[in-house]
Ligand binder design. Structure first.
Ligand SMILES: Nc1ncnc2c1ncn2[C@@H]1O[C@H](COP(=O)(O)OP(=O)(O)O)[C@@H](O)[C@H]1O
Ligand SMILES: [Mg+2]
Length: 295
């Protein structure tokens, strides 16, 4: 590792721990919470939700990292307003440390691009994998919460990320088509023997009842037919400010923080912290499981 990289890493870890000790909410675990955000249907608002949730969590004193794992369609960088030319596979190249492939966005949110590399991990040999795992495990020291933004659907590549995570947030809109696709996703998840804690967010609701009814429907059907418990994290209003925020390339929580939809996301962030899962295997657990599934 070159000196400036070592210095950068030292500073990042130091500022992370300073932030952690001054934060209102103290995380008494050392492992990061790895949370995959997914959906059945595409375009339901996963990426915008992930970025704004990250900001809401950062406002609550959490150190958050977002990993973009949406192959080909990844656009966390566009919505967050910061990008990086590097991805996970660069960790294989001499001279690249974890810190070199991470970039920092607003409110200190860290961002890492999975690139297409994240799906090619299965093609690496054991020594290459060990190198990646050894470097990436440092994330447990840099973040309290890692949000992984995935693509939509039930393809194996997306499902691996869902099954490997400790926690999964399923995003859907109240539209019957989106709910049906979310159910199909959950059903596939069960067939892959997933054991994560499943949480639900209903996005783009016109009124609270619409969100509550949609959540109830999916939660009841999953329990009745799959024996699966899903808990609701709440809903987010349909809001044209979100579209305006996307156009400005400034996340909603920064561009329009006083809107009802921004407050919905802040409430969800609070609930997520209130309901911290006890079984957190951290980054190492996540990547070991992911690689096991890929191979
Ligand atoms: N709460 C919302 N209110 C209004 N429009 C929304 C909302 N959430 C998402 N959208 C719209 O949906 C589009 C797709 O969102 P995006 O986060 O990219 O979805 P996904 O990641 O699921 O494909 C956004 O560009 C925006 O136009
Ligand atoms: Mg997306």
């Amino acid at each position: 590792m070159m000196w400036d990289q070592a210095e950068k890493l030292r500073k990042m870890v130091q500022s992370s721990s300073e932030k952690k000790s001054s934060s209102v909410i103290k995380a008494n675990r050392t492992n990061a919470r790895v949370i995959t955000v997914t959906s059945g249907k595409g375009g339901v608002g996963k990426t915008n939700f992930t970025v704004n949730l990250a900001l809401a969590l950062a406002k609550l004193g959490q150190r958050v990292l977002i990993i973009d794992a949406d192959l080909g369609m990844g656009n966390v960088d566009v919505i967050l307003g910061c990008s990086t030319p590097y991805n996970i596979l660069h960790l294989l190249e001499g001279g690249f440390s974890l810190i070199d492939i991470i970039t920092e966005g607003p409110l200190g949110i860290k961002f890492m691009s999975g690139g297409s590399g994240i799906y090619n991990l299965a093609n690496l040999d054991d020594s290459q994998l060990t190198r990646i795992i050894n470097k990436i495990t440092l994330l447990d020291d840099l973040a309290d919460i890692i949000l992984i933004d995935t693509g939509a659907g039930i393809s194996k590549s997306v499902m691996n990320f869902v099954v490997a995570a400790d926690e999964v947030i399923i995003v859907t809109t109240p539209e019957p088509t989106a709910i049906t696709d979310a159910y199909a996703m959950v059903k596939t998840y069960v067939s892959h023997s997933g054991t994560a804690v499943l949480k639900l967010v209903i996005n783009r609701v016109m009124e609270p009842d619409e969100g509550n009814i949609a959540a109830d429907k999916l939660i009841k059907v999953a329990l009745k037919f799959l024996g699966l418990t899903i808990s609701s994290l709440g809903f987010v209003y349909e809001d044209s400010n979100l579209v305006r925020a996307v156009k400005k390339q400034t996340p909603l929580l920064l561009a329009f923080p006083n809107t009802a939809s921004a407050r919905c996301i802040e409430q969800i962030a609070n609930r997520l912290l209130d309901r911290a899962s006890s079984k957190t295997t951290g980054v190492k657990g996540f990547f070991n499981k992911l690689l096991g599934l890929m191979r």
